[in-house]
Ligand binder design. Structure first.
Ligand code: ADP
Ligand code: ZN
Ligand code: ZN
Length: 790
């Protein structure tokens, strides 16, 4: 018997499994699958004694691995790959750069609908419309209704259908009075007829679930379908905001914008594929993006437009939709699993969107021929995923993704991250600047108010300084709007016993509890747990407590006391629980139904309001004094961004910054709108202390509920690091908040200077982790890496 033929045809596959350990496993491919299996296809594979997993084929090969008997793949789920080769390569990069398993990346990348092992049938919603013969000949509707006289339930269901769907309007003139009365349902209808939709040129109709919500049983609807009275069509559900709008042409660029566009184009020709577009707020960066997108579409290539957060940028979505209509797909963090799965499938198919406007995780979507990636507000921290793995920065990942496709990247912001600007100076990115606002709208006038001095002179009686109150009064009298920024929510961050100084703290986290006046509760801002406000101090029995510090809720109260007749709203994570709440607030502010908007850093995000004249920054000190090497960078960015909201179209705006240290260099750079000097000074400090961009940081984080075991494990890990890393190792130390949700934390910070290769350092870390995982005691303590933490 000749077996050589079989041996030659043998095929093996590396399969990525959704696990947090190991780097994927190899399986043998049964001959029956050899023809159809491809990288990117999902497979079912056995693991261990009896477990079955769904994984993705990463690689096929025909050399049998030596000395191992491989298990066979049990089932092939897909005919066509659900992830393309670029995506697989991208996952590989993420897992090696961010030191996690490919399985963890896969888990983050794939929408839930593809993680199950069922077939990749898009989720649909059944859409009902009248049978075409009835639409053509509406008189028959009446006859049909009468004919159903003996099937009362069907008659009623058809009546409700006609009433709720606009089908009834088409039919109504032909319906005689008697028949029309039958159209009135006997049950109250829970929603108005505007719920009916006309779907992609189909006849008017209604979704089946809507008809069922109106009290009509599925069996009755089924009977109407069987009788050819209604027809059903399955329609895929995609993220909502993709409805086609009338396409408007892009705006004509002014001279400075045109020059910027030109230099971005030249960047491409001269071989630098990454551009940093540094333009002050309202300089027209978005208009330039629109032109770049048009050019990319003209080459039949796709665009990924990344934003840190979509709920806050409905204005931008509307602007892009006005130009690109239904070529634009929107992918936000509120998308349901079904919507994500359907969007993924659509992007794999022939009718994919040309432009995806999306948040962080949209870097995982399949693209066929990506030509351009735009990272808007590139400085934003929310591009970084904190938990769980992969702890990636979508800005940096997007650069790699673009490179895999040979696409170009434009990073845009008014306040570049130190890293990106540094990369420009090093020649890695091309810097393109826009220094003026569109139409020469002036940048706001920024004033610093010295609160320390005002307090000393006993003039400062409120959280708001007299100069700010005065400006507010002027603005309100002129019919303008105001924003007040305070980077803390709640009423007061802390409650304190006035006799002994006792402070209520969270039982599970190492933080004091914030007092929320609304609901009169104490709440932990780390785990969300609520506590009743204590009546007596458990430490000394005293009954008096003092509130320490203040948050947005208190600001709201003060503004209300000062200006009782104006309309005030608050924008923080307590009031903005969902997308609808944002949209309502933004539109209320746009329509001038709100005079003063008070909020946290949410205020800094790309909002563009015509009548916003005054911005107040209530406590700059708390940002400047935050114990983190990035505090100054963040403070500069936040203050500049918040200020940039003022006076876009309605004349020159004003900004008042309240601080006890107006001479603080960062405040001065904000006042003078001087990014460059700020950058130089910041770099001097960072270089002195060896912080990024002069080093790379990797944090090793340990988590466990037993503090002693935690100390032992983190110490053990540190001892496993080679001497060559020693000068770079700091810790283990507890972080600022050393316990969260009942788990104690310890951190080792590794500062990797350019003398050591990042790759080598990471290899040491992984080797140490492998050693660590062999220790039966220590490995109970959870360990993970955070590369480039923010
Ligand atoms: P940025 O993104 O830099 O903050 P935008 O692109 O939002 O700036 O521009 C600010 C405002 O100016 C927007 O309302 C925009 O429509 C308008 N604008 C900018 N450039 C132009 C232009 N060339 N023609 C017409 N309007 C423009
Ligand atoms: Zn006390
Ligand atoms: Zn807590």
């Amino acid at each position: 018997m000749d077996l050589s033929g079989i041996a030659m045809n043998a095929l093996y596959a590396d399969v990525i499994l959704p696990l947090a350990f190991g780097s994927g496993l190899s399986y043998s491919v049964p001959a029956s699958m050899a023809e159809s299996i491809r990288p990117g296809c999902r497979v079912r594979v056995p693991l261990g004694q009896k477990k079955m997993y769904t994984g993705i084929v990463a690689r096929l090969f025909d050399q049998a691995p030596a000395n191992i008997a491989l298990k066979e793949i049990a089932g092939l789920i897909d005919e066509h790959p659900v992830a393309n080769v670029h995506q697989l390569e991208f996952w590989q990069w993420l897992s090696s750069y961010y030191l996690c398993t490919p399985g963890e990346v896969m888990k983050a990348a794939l929408p839930a609908g593809l993680k199950r092992s069922d077939n990749r049938k898009p989720k649909t919603r059944s859409f009902l419309s009248l049978h075409p013969s009835l639409i053509e000949n509406p008189r028959e509707i009446e006859q049909t209704l009468s004919a159903l006289a003996r099937a009362k339930k069907q008659q009623e269901a058809l009546g409700v259908f006609l009433r709720l769907s606009s089908a009834s309007f088409a039919a109504m003139p032909f319906l005689q009075k008697s028949a029309a009365s039958m159209v009135q349902p006997s049950v109250p209808v829970p929603f108005p007829a505007k719920n009916s939709v006309q779907y992609e040129n189909s006849a008017p109709g209604l979704f089946k679930d809507q008809l069922m919500e109106a009290g009509q049983p599925a069996s009755v609807i089924k009977a109407l379908i069987k009788k050819n009275i209604l027809v059903v069509r399955e329609i895929e559900i995609l993220p909502k905001s993709v409805a086609a709008d009338e396409a408007k042409a892009a705006k004509h660029l002014n001279q400075e914008q045109q020059q910027a566009l030109e230099s971005i184009r030249q960047g491409r020709e001269s071989g630098s594929n990454v551009c940093l577009l540094h333009g002050v707020t309202s300089s027209g960066k978005t208009e330039i993006y629109i032109h770049l997108i048009l050019e990319c579409l003209a080459q039949a290539k796709q665009v990924l437009y990344l934003l840190p957060e979509i709920a806050l940028t409905t204005q931008l979505t509307t602007r892009l939709k006005a130009v690109f209509g239904n070529r634009l797909g929107v992918y936000h963090s509120g998308c349901t699993d079904t919507e994500r799965t359907n969007l993924w499938n659509k992007q794999l198919g022939d009718a994919s969107y040309d432009i995806i406007l999306g948040v962080r995780s949209s870097v995982f979507l399949p693209f066929k021929n990506l030509g351009l990636v735009i990272v808007d507000e590139e400085h934003e921290n929310s591009y970084k995923q904190q938990d769980p793995a992969p702890r990636y920065n979508a800005r940096n990942a997007a650069l790699v993704l673009a490179a895999l496709y040979g696409a170009r990247t434009v990073l845009g912001t008014a306040t570049p991250s130190i890293e990106s600007y540094y990369n420009c100076l090093k020649g890695k990115y091309k810097l393109v600047e826009l220094s003026g606002r569109y139409l020469d709208w002036q940048l706001p006038e920024i004033l610093a108010v010295n609160t320390a001095e005002l307090k000393r002179k006993k003039i400062m009686k409120s959280l708001l300084s007299p100069p700010l109150i005065e400006k507010m009064r002027e603005s309100l009298e002129a019919g303008q709007q105001i924003m007040l920024f305070r980077n803390r929510r709640a009423y007061a961050p802390m409650l304190e016993c006035s006799a002994c100084g006792w402070v209520p703290r969270c039982k599970r986290c190492d933080v004091s509890l914030a007092f929320h006046k609304q609901g009169s509760v104490l709440r932990c801002h780390y785990c969300g747990r609520e506590y009743a406000r204590p009546r007596v101090c458990p430490s000394c029995g005293n009954k008096d407590f003092e509130l320490r510090g203040y948050g947005t809720e208190k600001v709201e109260e003060e503004v209300h006391t000062l200006f009782p007749y104006i309309r005030i709203a608050r924008m923080d994570s307590d009031t903005m629980r969902n997308r609808a709440a944002y949209e309502k607030l933004i539109s209320d502010f746009e329509q001038h139904r709100i005079d003063v908007l008070i909020g946290t850093q949410m205020l800094s995000k790309g909002l563009d309001f015509d009548r916003l004249q005054l911005v107040g920054i209530l406590n700059a000190d708390s940002m400047l004094n935050f114990p983190d090497f990035r505090a100054h960078e963040h403070a500069f960015q936040l203050m500049t961004q918040v200020s940039g909201r003022a006076g876009r179209k309605s004349g020159r705006g004003s900004v008042i910054i309240q601080t006890s240290d107006p001479q603080h260099p960062v405040i001065q750079y904000v006042l003078q709108n001087d990014y460059k000097t700020f950058f130089q000074k910041e770099c001097q400090e960072r270089s002195e202390f060896g912080y990024p961009p002069y080093s790379r940081l990797v944090e090793v984080i340990f988590r466990h509920r037993d503090e002693n075991l935690l100390g032992q494990a983190s110490g053990f890990f540190a001892s496993l690091l080679p001497p060559i890393l020693e000068p770079s190792v700091f810790g283990p130390l507890p972080p600022l908040v050393s316990r969260v949700k009942g788990l104690y934390l310890q951190k080792i910070i590794i500062k990797i200077k350019p003398e050591i290769s990042l790759k080598a350092a990471k290899d040491y870390l992984c080797q140490a982790r492998d050693q660590y995982m062999k220790d039966k005691v220590c490995r109970q303590v959870q360990l993970y890496f955070d590369v480039d933490p923010v």
